[in-house]
Design a protein around this ligand. Structure first.
Ligand code: GTQ
Length: 348
């Protein structure tokens, strides 16, 4: 309960006092305590959905206006409608649609921001991470951990578009961003394609490899084929009422998330299945890879189909219904919140 309004004299006296302490760069906590320590999260971000079919032309149009080389990265940032101008989709995460045309190169650089890619459209592109290339196939989840060299190229004959997810707002908040460009546009391959997956992603690791707890995985591609097989392999049982069949991606050497700042998930919802509402403190970006249906976030709802992207802000109730067998990819800052003991989920 709020105390009753003080009498006018007291109000004037307080206002005068606030003005005086303001000059001393102080302000009274009791005027802002409720906002500083809210009873539950009040995210500034709002729920929103981007329909790929409606955006695709605009993404391709960027290809006529600027080259990948000139842009360094030719990306349209998905800005949360409530956070315009801040280059973020939630308060902690950045997302964008990156386009690379046949023959183009997005030159090698590295930065302390961690990135993930989720391949949506087209074939023939590759990403190189610390000297190894991986061919980008639709649905592949590819990571470039902090401070790893990475460049992208398109050796095929069609435009390729993928969703980028980065921890840019987290690193900006911490003032911990460093970046540098490589002398060489394209990294010389140091190892053949598939080396990291064989070495670190086959339920084995090199005999002398002992990663630290929060170390990102050396497995930098999680092929969609493998994810699909896992999701289908567990589909015989009863789906979780709130999540359907949902798995989280891990660093196979530690069981932790692939990168310390971003957690990633894949989820299968059988045709006709409707989840119960669930909310969690990690604002989440969701991409439909297969199927389609309806999503409800708080009091908003949308229909979604393949390649649509939507964002679920912290502590807003999420409910999904699949019209057809559907596969959703999602990512969030969950590992950060869990490391700090902050993450909460409520199954409604
Ligand atoms: O591909 O390296 O969307 O550095 C934003 C910053 C992609 C990238 C983004 C980046 C990249």
């Amino acid at each position: 309960m709020h105390a009753a309004k003080p009498p006018p004299d007291a109000q004037r006296e307080r206002a005068d006092y606030y003005a005086r302490i303001g000059k001393q760069h102080m302000t009274p906590l009791w005027e802002v305590l409720g906002a500083l320590v809210p009873p539950q999260p009040r995210p500034l971000a709002q729920a929103a959905l981007w329909r790929y079919a409606e955006l695709r032309d605009s993404v391709l149009e960027a290809g006529r206006l600027i080259s990948a080389e000139e842009a360094e990265r030719r990306v349209l940032i998905l800005e949360n409608p409530a956070l315009r101008g801040q280059s973020c989709i939630t308060n902690t995460l950045y997302a964008g649609l990156q386009l690379i045309l046949p023959g183009e190169v997005a030159p090698a650089h590295r930065h302390t921001q961690s990135a993930l890619r989720l391949v949506l459209d087209g074939a023939g592109a590759y990403t190189a991470v610390d000297g190894e290339r991986t061919t980008m196939r639709r649905g592949d989840f590819i990571i470039t951990p902090a401070w790893t060299w990475h460049d992208h190229g398109n050796l095929g004959s069609e435009p390729v578009v993928w969703l980028d997810g980065l921890d840019i707002p987290i690193v900006r908040f911490l003032d911990a961003g460093f970046a540098e460009k490589s002398e060489a546009q394209t990294q010389q391959p140091l190892r053949p394609e598939g080396d990291a997956l064989a070495r670190y992603g086959s339920n084995m690791v090199p005999v002398d490899y002992h990663p630290a707890v929060a170390e990102p995985t050396r497995v930098f591609v999680y092929p969609f084929e493998t994810t699909q097989a896992a999701l289908l392999g567990i589909a015989h049982g009863a789906p979780d009422p709130h999540h359907g069949f949902k798995l989280r991606y891990v660093n196979p050497a530690t069981g932790a998330s692939p990168m310390p700042t971003i957690g990633a998930f894949a989820q299968r919802l059988p045709a006709g299945f409707e989840t119960r509402a669930v909310r969690s403190t990690d604002g989440t970006v969701v991409v439909c890879l297969e199927g389609g249906g309806e999503v409800r976030v708080g009091d908003r709802d949308w229909r979604f189909q393949e390649n649509d992207v939507f964002v679920v802000p912290s502590w807003q109730a999420l409910q999904l219904r699949a019209d057809r067998d559907s596969v959703l990819f999602s990512f969030s800052d969950r590992p950060v919140q869990q490391a700090l003991g902050l993450w909460r989920e409520a199954r409604l």
